[in-house]
Write a protein that binds this ligand. Structure first.
Ligand code: ZN
Length: 381
C-alpha cells in the first residue's frame, strides 16, 4: 500500500522542507517536495513536523520492564514515545549470569517481527568503580569472560563503554574494535593524555558527558593550586573528533544547565546525542514532596537514595534539551535520531527520512509533543 504523509514540515538531513513523505512496504520512497501519486492513501499532517523516529543507544529499561529481563516490553514503552530503534544497555552492576541471560533474551526478542529493538550496548565491564554502574558485588572480569560475552552477543553489540584508565583497558579496547563495535569512554576519570591514547585505540564516543565522570587527580583536583584541573569531561569536550551522549532530565540533575549549554555551543548539534539511560523506578514519585527530586517525572534514585539513571523517554529528553538550550526542532532530531544512528552504524537503515530507509517516522509539534509514531510504515501510536 502506497501511503503519503502530506502537508508536513519534513525534517530532512539538509534542513526543513514543506512537503510530503511517500512510503510503501515499510520503506521510505521519497521525502521532501514530492507530489503524491493519485493512488496513494493520504494522511494529512496538518502542518506538523514530520521527522525520523528516535534512536536511543543507551537505555536499561522502560515503564515497569527492565531491558535485560523484558526487552520487548521495555522497547514497547519507548516506542510509544517515538523511539523506533532502541539499544538495551547491560551494565556491570548486573551479575555475569544476568548478562548471559539478558543477551539470550534480547536475541530472542529481536527475532520477533515488528520490534524496535536494534541491539545491545555493553556498559562495562571496564568501568571505574568510583563512578557508578558497578555494584560492590561486581564480579572480577577476565579476558575469557568478555570474550564469552562478545561471542554470545555476536552481531548484536553496537556500542561498548569502558574507562580507559583501568588496568587492562587498552587490550580490551583493541578487542572491542576488532569486533567492529563503536567504542565509548564513560564512568571514568581519564586524563587528557589517557583520552588521547583511547582515541588512538578507537574511542569515538563519550557516554553521558558530565555525568559519572571525574578528574584524574581525584579529590586533589582543586586543592593543589586552587585551580580546577582538567576533568575527564573537559578533556573530552576539548577534542574535535568525538561525539557526546547527554542525559537531559527536566531538572538538569545529570547535566547542569550551564554544562548543557556549553556542550551545545562547543560540540554543536552534529556532535551531541540524546540518550535516556532510562531504567525502572523502585518507588512511587507521588509519594515525595515537589521539592524532592524523586517527585520528578524523569529522574530515578536507587534504594540508597543515589541518582541511578532516569525515567526519561526520548520525546521528554528533547523537550528538556529545548528548555535549557533553545535548540530548534531540526537540531533536536539530529541529536535524537541522526547522530545516534550514525554513531553506532545504524544509519544505512534508520536515523533520517531518506529514500530506501525504514519508514520510522514521528509527527510532532514544535515542542516535540508527538501525535503519531510509525514503525516500518505502520502507525503504532
Ligand atoms: Zn547506563
Amino acid at each position: 500500500m502506497l501511503t503519503a504523509i502530506t502537508n508536513a514540515k519534513v525534517v530532512l538531513p539538509e534542513g526543513l522542507v514543506d512537503g510530503s513523505i511517500l512510503m510503501e512496504e515499510g520503506r521510505i520512497l521519497a521525502a521532501g517536495r514530492v507530489i503524491p501519486p493519485q493512488d496513494a492513501v493520504i494522511r494529512d499532517a496538518r502542518g506538523q513536523y514530520v521527522g525520523p523516529g528516535f534512536v536511543d543507544i543507551h537505555c536499561h529499561g522502560g515503564g515497569t520492564a527492565l531491558g535485560h529481563e523484558q526487552p520487548l516490553e521495555a522497547a514497547r514503552h519507548h516506542l510509544a514515545h517515538g523511539t523506533t530503534s532502541l539499544l538495551i544497555s547491560l551494565a556491570y552492576s548486573l551479575t555475569k549470569d544476568q548478562w548471559v541471560e539478558g543477551i539470550a533474551r534480547i536475541r530472542q526478542a529481536m527475532a520477533q517481527p515488528g520490534t524496535s529493538l536494534a541491539g545491545i550496548h555493553f556498559e562495562g565491564p571496564y568501568t571505574n568503580p568510583q563512578y557508578g554502574a558497578r555494584s560492590q558485588r561486581a564480579w572480577q572480569i577476565r579476558e575469557e569472560d568478555y570474550r564469552l560475552l562478545f561471542s554470545l552477543a555476536e552481531g548484536l553489540v553496537r556500542q561498548c563503554t569502558y574507562a580507559p584508565e583501568m588496568p587492562g583497558a587498552r587490550d580490551f579496547a583493541r578487542y572491542v574494535k576488532s569486533r567492529q563495535v563503536a567504542l565509548a569512554a564513560g564512568h571514568t576519570e581519564m586524563s587528557p593524555a589517557v583520552l588521547a591514547d583511547a582515541v588512538t585505540d578507537g574511542v569515538t564516543l563519550i557516554i553521558h558527558l558530565f555525568d559519572a565522570m571525574g578528574c584524574h587527580l581525584g579529590r586533589e583536583s582543586i586543592r593543589q593550586t586552587g585551580v580546577l584541573q582538567d576533568s575527564a569531561a573537559d578533556a573530552a569536550l576539548a577534542r574535535t573528533d568525538l561525539s557526546y551522549e547527554l542525559i537531559c532530565d527536566s531538572r538538569a540533575v545529570h547535566v547542569k544547565p550551564a554544562n548543557m549549554q556549553l556542550a551545545y555551543r562547543a560540540a554543536g548539534a552534529d556532535k551531541l546525542i540524546l540518550i535516556t539511560d532510562a531504567t525502572v523506578q523502585p518507588y512511587d514519585p507521588a509519594g515525595f514532596p515537589a521539592d524532592d527530586p524523586r517527585s520528578s517525572i524523569d529522574l530515578n534514585y536507587n534504594s540508597e537514595g543515589q541518582l541511578s539513571g532516569s525515567r526519561l523517554t526520548m520525546d521528554q529528553a528533547c523537550r528538556n534539551m529545548k528548555k535549557y538550550t533553545c535548540a530548534p526542532v531540526m537540531d533536536l532530531f539530529k541529536m535524537a535520531a541522526g547522530n545516534p544512528a550514525r554513531a553506532v552504524g545504524l544509519d544505512a537503515v534508520v536515523g533520517s527520512l531518506e529514500a530506501g530507509k525504514e519508514a520510522n517516522i514521528v509527527l510532532c509539534d514544535e515542542d516535540m509533543n508527538l501525535s503519531a509514531v510509525f514503525l516500518g510504515g505502520t502507525q503504532v501510536h
